[in-house]
Design a protein around this ligand. Structure first.
Ligand code: ATP
Ligand code: MG
Ligand code: MG
Ligand code: MG
Length: 575
């Protein structure tokens, strides 16, 4: 590819709404262009990255025996009504109507449609196992689309679905996928962790997430450096021993100034940077005067659950608490639209704050809600559905330094970006849709299923979070928009430079290298700044002076300086 023919459009400044570095750099490098909230154009450079991600995923899925098909983006509601998800799924599911007033959904995932295909096409156990996958556009009307492609509303997912004759076979299919995922994520060249996950709303009990490690990740993951134990926070909490635990010692040592606590105080108290997004619930006590005004407010501890920006937590301000009723944890989750067993996120600028009534102290009957009027629930018992004060004994939270469940060491906590997820589903969908095949005993049996997702457009964002510097992106070779850029200096003035650049470009192309020749005639400074921002991993600079010595300059994006390399040796450098 020649840069003069390609489309390159870089920006000096990132737009103000780009909060994380991957979003900023993707916008500045011209990989994506915003069309609406959580909706982006994949521009030519960005699309090249996406296509490379897809190619690796496709290759490994095929190698693992999965078969590609494509299901419609717009799907008739009937199938979704069969499983009940049309009504149950909440506002993340985009429902639309056609001109006849018939209901449709824009697929957020495709269990219903694939199960419908299976019940028609897979008639006998002899056709099993089967694993179908697609790489297709998804739409989820996310409560809080943000961070560019990281949490878009429209995005690309690879979703696969396995069909098996019995549980043992389904678990074997699950393991095949779990292994394929390891190969895929190894190939991307990123640091990641496979962690045990709760199977959540989708059901089933075998579930792992693939988390790219990054400080800006929205998920907290728990692992034991002394063993291979790793889980996401929800799963770790589900396994943690029940019972109230002392507040983290930091919180006990120091409490913020009553009534004057700021976000910074809380951040300091918890030992986290103010700029990080933390998973948190603040527990606080408020003391009010007769007029109901808060005279004193103390933060007690923060649980590593929920989802907040520290910047949004306003400590010590709780407006009127009128008209509330008793609620259970699951009702709160319903109210805020969270996943079961998971509190938060709770909507735009609505910071969840748990307030413990002073009289009751750390017992039941808590007031819970955002720092906004009409966004509180009283009588909260932190015991899932247990109604009584001692319900709080069921409160589980996991903090760094806890003993690992395998007993082999202490737990550490880090942040991750969920880029893949594998699930064993069991018969949830096959039973829901009466999808059966004939077993070897001649009797119909429900399919045993699994589903397996990869966030194709989230992956590049995660890669950037992990690989960047002050000058821009540093792509791993596997997913770089171009592997090599050839930068001729003074191409318009020197025939020798022009000829050498064209020749090297042709040689690299012939050798199968994904190369771009920057023939735009930019000045060296602007040209290098562009490619450093765009993050092409290998750069070859050709200038008159070095050419006379029979060399060109090679520089990897991570190198601080260029090395002189004989023209004949350059291929070995970049392959
Ligand atoms: P999250 O917890 O981040 O909301 P999820 O658990 O809802 O993700 P899955 O249903 O497991 O997502 O979907 C499979 C994969 O699709 C995820 O692992 C993730 O990589 C990707 N994905 C999910 N939601 C989005 C989104 N809004 N934007 C981009 N990628 C997404
Ligand atoms: Mg989600
Ligand atoms: Mg998730
Ligand atoms: Mg998931």
């Amino acid at each position: 590819m020649k840069a003069s023919q390609f489309f390159i459009s870089t920006l000096k400044e990132a737009p103000a709404d780009a909060e994380v570095v991957s979003h900023q750099l993707m916008m500045r490098a011209g990989l994506i262009k915003k069309l609406g909230a959580g909706i982006y154009n994949y521009m030519p450079l960005g699309l090249r990255v996406i296509r490379k991600v897809e190619a690796i995923v496709r290759e490994e899925m095929n190698r693992a025996g999965a078969v590609e098909l494509t299901m419609p983006v717009v799907q008739p509601a009937e199938l979704w009504q069969e499983t009940g998800r049309f009504d149950k799924m909440g506002p993340e599911l985009l429902r639309i109507q056609d001109r006849h007033g018939r209901d449709f959904v824009v697929q957020p995932t495709s269990e219903e449609v694939i199960t419908d295909i299976a019940r028609q096409e897979l008639k006998s156990y002899k056709q099993l196992p089967k694993n179908f996958y697609q790489i297709q556009t998804k739409f989820r009307d996310e409560r809080r689309p943000r961070f560019g492609l990281m949490r878009g509303r429209e995005f690309i997912m690879k979703d696969a679905y396995s069909f098996d004759r019995d549980q043992a076979a389904a678990k074997a299919s699950y393991q095949v996928m779990a292994q394929a995922y390891r190969r895929i994520f190894d190939r991307f060249g990123l640091t990641y962790r496979a962690v045990a996950a709760d199977s959540g709303a989708i059901g089933g009990d075998l579930s792992e997430e693939f988390q790219v490690i990054a400080a800006t990740g929205e998920d907290a993951i728990v692992y034991c450096p002394q063993s291979d134990y790793a889980a996401n926070m929800e799963k770790a909490e589900a396994l943690a021993p029940a019972g109230p635990r002392p507040a983290p010692s930091k919180a006990m040592e120091k409490t913020p100034t009553p009534g004057k606590s700021t976000c910074a105080d809380v951040a300091e108290l918890l030992g986290v940077p103010l700029s990080t997004t933390v998973k948190s619930l603040v527990l606080a006590t408020d003391e009010t005067n007769e007029a109901g005004e808060i005279v004193k407010s103390q933060v007690w501890l923060l649980l590593l659950r929920g989802d907040h920006d520290m910047n949004e937590i306003k400590v010590g301000k709780v407006p009127g608490l009128a008209g509330f009723r008793f609620a259970t944890l699951s009702e709160i989750e319903d109210h805020f639209g969270c996943k079961p067993g998971y509190l938060g996120p709770i909507g735009l600028k609505k910071s969840l704050k748990i307030v413990v009534d002073r009289e009751v102290a750390l017992m039941a009957d808590w007031i819970c809600g955002a720092n906004e009027v009409d966004f509180h629930i009283t009588g909260v018992n932190w015991g899932r559905d247990l109604p009584e004060p001692d319900a709080v004994a069921d409160l589980r939270n996991v903090v760094a330094g806890d003993r690992s469940p395998d007993g082999k060491g202490e737990l550490s906590i880090e942040r991750g970006i969920e880029v893949g997820h594998v699930f064993y589903l069991g018969t949830k969908y096959s039973k829901g849709m009466n999808a059966t095949f004939l077993g070897d005993d001649g009797k119909p049996a429900f399919f045993e299923m699994g589903c397996y997702g990869i966030g194709v457009t989230r992956l590049p964002a995660a890669a950037i979070e992990q690989n960047h510097d002050e000058r821009g992106i540093i792509w791993p070779d596997a997913i770089a928009p171009f592997t090599v850029v050839v930068c001729p200096v003074g191409m318009d003035r020197s025939e020798a430079v022009k000829a050498a650049a064209e020749q090297l470009y042709a040689d690299l192309l012939a050798a199968g290298v994904d190369v771009i020749l920057d023939d735009r005639g930019e000045r060296p400074g602007a040209m290098f700044a562009d490619w450093e921002l765009i993050g092409v991993p290998h750069r070859v600079t050709i200038g008159d002076k070095s050419l006379k010595e029979g060399v060109v300059e090679y520089q990897h994006r991570r190198d601080t300086a260029a090395t002189k390399v004989a023209v004949a040796d350059i291929l070995a450098h970049v392959k």
